[in-house]
Design a protein around this ligand. Structure first.
Ligand code: ZN
Length: 250
Protein backbone atom coordinates (compact mmCIF):
# COMPACT_ATOMS: atom_id res chain seq x y z
CA UNK A 1 0.00 0.00 0.00
CA UNK A 2 1.08 3.53 -0.62
CA UNK A 3 -0.64 6.84 -0.06
CA UNK A 4 -0.93 9.54 -2.62
CA UNK A 5 -0.01 12.78 -0.92
CA UNK A 6 -2.55 15.48 -1.52
CA UNK A 7 -1.20 18.97 -1.81
CA UNK A 8 -3.20 21.88 -0.55
CA UNK A 9 -3.50 25.60 -1.05
CA UNK A 10 -3.87 27.89 1.95
CA UNK A 11 -4.83 31.53 2.38
CA UNK A 12 -2.55 33.32 4.86
CA UNK A 13 -4.12 36.44 6.32
CA UNK A 14 -4.45 38.51 9.46
CA UNK A 15 -5.16 41.85 11.07
CA UNK A 16 -8.72 41.88 9.73
CA UNK A 17 -9.60 44.34 12.51
CA UNK A 18 -13.37 44.16 12.22
CA UNK A 19 -13.31 45.47 8.65
CA UNK A 20 -15.98 43.34 7.01
CA UNK A 21 -15.81 45.17 3.65
CA UNK A 22 -12.10 44.40 3.34
CA UNK A 23 -12.51 40.82 4.59
CA UNK A 24 -15.34 40.02 2.15
CA UNK A 25 -13.35 41.52 -0.73
CA UNK A 26 -10.41 39.25 0.14
CA UNK A 27 -12.65 36.17 0.38
CA UNK A 28 -14.18 36.98 -3.02
CA UNK A 29 -10.70 37.45 -4.49
CA UNK A 30 -9.63 34.05 -3.13
CA UNK A 31 -12.73 32.46 -4.69
CA UNK A 32 -11.96 34.11 -8.02
CA UNK A 33 -8.51 32.50 -7.90
CA UNK A 34 -9.97 29.02 -7.54
CA UNK A 35 -10.38 29.00 -3.75
CA UNK A 36 -8.19 27.39 -1.10
CA UNK A 37 -8.32 24.27 1.06
CA UNK A 38 -7.74 26.10 4.33
CA UNK A 39 -7.31 29.48 6.01
CA UNK A 40 -4.56 30.51 8.42
CA UNK A 41 -5.33 33.63 10.47
CA UNK A 42 -2.58 35.52 12.29
CA UNK A 43 -4.72 37.34 14.83
CA UNK A 44 -6.39 40.72 15.41
CA UNK A 45 -9.65 39.68 13.82
CA UNK A 46 -11.24 42.50 15.86
CA UNK A 47 -10.30 45.97 17.13
CA UNK A 48 -10.53 49.32 15.21
CA UNK A 49 -13.26 48.23 12.77
CA UNK A 50 -17.06 48.40 12.93
CA UNK A 51 -17.97 44.70 12.38
CA UNK A 52 -16.19 42.56 14.98
CA UNK A 53 -18.99 39.97 15.33
CA UNK A 54 -19.41 39.43 11.60
CA UNK A 55 -15.64 39.03 11.10
CA UNK A 56 -15.28 36.55 13.98
CA UNK A 57 -18.29 34.63 12.67
CA UNK A 58 -16.63 34.23 9.27
CA UNK A 59 -13.38 33.03 10.86
CA UNK A 60 -15.25 30.54 13.06
CA UNK A 61 -17.55 29.19 10.38
CA UNK A 62 -14.64 28.87 7.96
CA UNK A 63 -12.76 26.60 10.37
CA UNK A 64 -9.71 28.87 10.27
CA UNK A 65 -6.52 27.88 12.01
CA UNK A 66 -6.05 31.03 14.10
CA UNK A 67 -3.84 32.57 16.77
CA UNK A 68 -4.68 35.39 19.18
CA UNK A 69 -3.63 38.99 18.54
CA UNK A 70 -3.22 41.77 21.09
CA UNK A 71 -6.49 43.40 19.97
CA UNK A 72 -8.39 40.11 20.26
CA UNK A 73 -7.15 39.67 23.82
CA UNK A 74 -7.77 43.33 24.72
CA UNK A 75 -11.35 43.15 23.44
CA UNK A 76 -12.11 40.24 25.79
CA UNK A 77 -10.26 41.72 28.77
CA UNK A 78 -7.42 39.19 28.76
CA UNK A 79 -4.71 41.84 28.49
CA UNK A 80 -4.46 45.34 29.89
CA UNK A 81 -5.20 48.18 27.48
CA UNK A 82 -2.90 50.53 29.42
CA UNK A 83 -0.26 49.90 26.72
CA UNK A 84 -2.64 50.88 23.90
CA UNK A 85 -2.71 54.37 22.40
CA UNK A 86 -5.91 56.26 23.34
CA UNK A 87 -7.75 55.52 20.08
CA UNK A 88 -6.87 51.83 20.14
CA UNK A 89 -7.99 51.66 23.78
CA UNK A 90 -11.28 53.36 22.95
CA UNK A 91 -11.82 50.95 20.06
CA UNK A 92 -11.04 47.98 22.33
CA UNK A 93 -13.69 49.09 24.81
CA UNK A 94 -16.16 49.68 21.97
CA UNK A 95 -15.44 46.19 20.60
CA UNK A 96 -15.85 44.66 24.04
CA UNK A 97 -19.38 46.10 24.25
CA UNK A 98 -20.29 44.75 20.79
CA UNK A 99 -18.97 41.19 20.99
CA UNK A 100 -21.47 38.39 21.51
CA UNK A 101 -20.74 35.95 24.34
CA UNK A 102 -19.96 33.17 21.86
CA UNK A 103 -17.55 35.30 19.86
CA UNK A 104 -15.84 36.58 23.01
CA UNK A 105 -15.41 32.98 24.21
CA UNK A 106 -13.92 32.03 20.87
CA UNK A 107 -11.37 34.86 20.99
CA UNK A 108 -10.53 34.07 24.63
CA UNK A 109 -9.73 30.48 23.68
CA UNK A 110 -7.32 31.24 20.84
CA UNK A 111 -3.74 30.01 21.32
CA UNK A 112 -0.79 32.41 21.11
CA UNK A 113 1.19 30.00 18.95
CA UNK A 114 0.36 27.23 16.50
CA UNK A 115 2.48 24.89 14.42
CA UNK A 116 1.20 23.46 11.15
CA UNK A 117 3.55 21.52 8.92
CA UNK A 118 6.61 23.65 8.11
CA UNK A 119 5.09 26.78 9.66
CA UNK A 120 4.85 28.34 13.11
CA UNK A 121 2.07 30.91 13.44
CA UNK A 122 2.12 33.84 15.89
CA UNK A 123 0.69 37.37 15.90
CA UNK A 124 3.65 39.49 16.96
CA UNK A 125 6.91 37.54 17.02
CA UNK A 126 8.00 34.01 17.90
CA UNK A 127 9.80 35.43 20.96
CA UNK A 128 6.84 37.50 22.16
CA UNK A 129 3.77 36.18 20.33
CA UNK A 130 1.38 38.91 21.44
CA UNK A 131 3.32 42.17 21.58
CA UNK A 132 6.65 42.33 19.72
CA UNK A 133 6.79 44.10 16.35
CA UNK A 134 9.15 42.64 13.77
CA UNK A 135 10.25 45.41 11.45
CA UNK A 136 14.05 45.16 11.41
CA UNK A 137 16.43 42.44 10.29
CA UNK A 138 18.38 42.62 13.57
CA UNK A 139 15.35 41.88 15.73
CA UNK A 140 14.14 39.25 13.25
CA UNK A 141 17.50 37.50 13.46
CA UNK A 142 17.23 37.23 17.26
CA UNK A 143 13.77 35.77 16.80
CA UNK A 144 14.95 32.95 14.52
CA UNK A 145 15.96 31.04 17.69
CA UNK A 146 12.43 31.08 19.05
CA UNK A 147 10.80 28.73 16.55
CA UNK A 148 11.90 25.34 15.27
CA UNK A 149 9.98 25.00 11.98
CA UNK A 150 11.67 26.24 8.78
CA UNK A 151 9.24 29.15 8.45
CA UNK A 152 7.26 31.45 10.73
CA UNK A 153 4.18 33.51 9.89
CA UNK A 154 3.53 36.78 11.73
CA UNK A 155 1.15 39.76 11.64
CA UNK A 156 0.93 42.80 13.96
CA UNK A 157 2.90 45.43 11.98
CA UNK A 158 0.40 45.45 9.08
CA UNK A 159 3.34 45.60 6.63
CA UNK A 160 3.78 42.86 4.03
CA UNK A 161 7.42 41.73 4.06
CA UNK A 162 9.64 38.80 4.89
CA UNK A 163 12.91 38.18 6.68
CA UNK A 164 15.36 35.68 5.27
CA UNK A 165 18.21 34.02 7.14
CA UNK A 166 21.11 33.42 4.78
CA UNK A 167 23.96 31.75 6.63
CA UNK A 168 24.60 34.01 9.61
CA UNK A 169 22.94 37.06 8.12
CA UNK A 170 19.31 38.10 8.23
CA UNK A 171 17.78 40.26 5.51
CA UNK A 172 14.56 42.24 5.39
CA UNK A 173 12.96 41.69 1.96
CA UNK A 174 10.19 43.62 0.26
CA UNK A 175 7.23 41.51 -0.73
CA UNK A 176 5.58 43.43 -3.59
CA UNK A 177 2.12 42.65 -4.89
CA UNK A 178 1.93 39.61 -7.21
CA UNK A 179 5.51 38.64 -6.39
CA UNK A 180 6.37 35.08 -5.60
CA UNK A 181 8.30 33.79 -2.62
CA UNK A 182 9.81 30.38 -3.32
CA UNK A 183 10.34 28.32 -0.18
CA UNK A 184 13.85 26.91 -0.06
CA UNK A 185 16.35 25.96 2.59
CA UNK A 186 16.73 29.47 4.07
CA UNK A 187 14.61 30.07 7.13
CA UNK A 188 11.97 32.76 6.78
CA UNK A 189 9.67 34.96 8.86
CA UNK A 190 6.79 36.10 6.65
CA UNK A 191 4.15 38.81 7.15
CA UNK A 192 1.11 38.89 4.82
CA UNK A 193 0.28 42.52 5.66
CA UNK A 194 -3.18 43.47 6.91
CA UNK A 195 -6.64 42.75 5.54
CA UNK A 196 -8.47 45.49 7.41
CA UNK A 197 -5.98 48.26 8.14
CA UNK A 198 -2.91 48.25 5.85
CA UNK A 199 -0.01 50.47 7.01
CA UNK A 200 2.46 50.30 4.14
CA UNK A 201 1.01 53.24 2.24
CA UNK A 202 -1.17 51.02 0.05
CA UNK A 203 -4.77 51.18 1.20
CA UNK A 204 -5.84 47.93 -0.44
CA UNK A 205 -6.35 44.77 1.63
CA UNK A 206 -3.32 42.46 1.68
CA UNK A 207 -3.02 38.66 1.93
CA UNK A 208 -1.04 35.62 0.70
CA UNK A 209 -1.77 32.27 -0.92
CA UNK A 210 0.56 29.36 -0.13
CA UNK A 211 0.76 26.56 -2.70
CA UNK A 212 2.07 23.48 -0.94
CA UNK A 213 2.72 21.57 -4.17
CA UNK A 214 4.80 24.30 -5.82
CA UNK A 215 6.24 25.37 -2.45
CA UNK A 216 5.59 29.00 -3.18
CA UNK A 217 3.74 31.91 -1.60
CA UNK A 218 2.20 34.71 -3.62
CA UNK A 219 1.17 38.17 -2.40
CA UNK A 220 -2.13 39.76 -3.44
CA UNK A 221 -3.73 43.18 -2.93
CA UNK A 222 -7.46 43.76 -3.18
CA UNK A 223 -9.39 47.05 -3.42
CA UNK A 224 -12.54 47.27 -1.30
CA UNK A 225 -15.29 49.76 -0.43
CA UNK A 226 -13.35 51.92 2.03
CA UNK A 227 -16.06 54.61 2.16
CA UNK A 228 -18.63 52.05 3.33
CA UNK A 229 -16.36 50.85 6.14
CA UNK A 230 -15.61 54.45 7.18
CA UNK A 231 -19.29 55.38 7.21
CA UNK A 232 -20.07 52.50 9.57
CA UNK A 233 -17.16 53.42 11.86
CA UNK A 234 -18.35 57.01 12.23
CA UNK A 235 -22.00 55.99 12.63
CA UNK A 236 -20.95 53.54 15.35
CA UNK A 237 -19.03 56.22 17.24
CA UNK A 238 -15.50 54.89 16.68
CA UNK A 239 -12.65 57.47 16.71
CA UNK A 240 -12.58 59.55 13.52
CA UNK A 241 -8.85 59.13 12.97
CA UNK A 242 -9.22 55.35 12.78
CA UNK A 243 -11.69 55.80 9.92
CA UNK A 244 -9.53 58.39 8.15
CA UNK A 245 -6.37 56.30 8.17
CA UNK A 246 -8.04 53.64 5.99
CA UNK A 247 -7.93 56.15 3.11
CA UNK A 248 -4.16 56.40 3.31
CA UNK A 249 -3.19 52.86 4.16
CA UNK A 250 -1.17 54.16 7.12
ZN1 ZN B 1 -3.24 44.53 14.14
Amino acid sequence: MYRVRQYMRYAILGDIHGNLEAFQAVLADIQSKGGVDGFWCLGDTVGYGPDPNECVRLVRSGGYLAVAGNHDLAAVGKIDIADFNPEAAEAAKWTNRQLSGENADYLSGLPERLVTGDFTMVHGSPRQPVWEYLLSAGVARENMRYFSTPYCLIGHSHVPLFFELEGERCYLRDFPEKSLLELGSNRLIINPGSVGQPRDGDRRASYLIYDEDKREIRHFRVPYDIAAAQKKMLAGGLPERLAERLSYGM
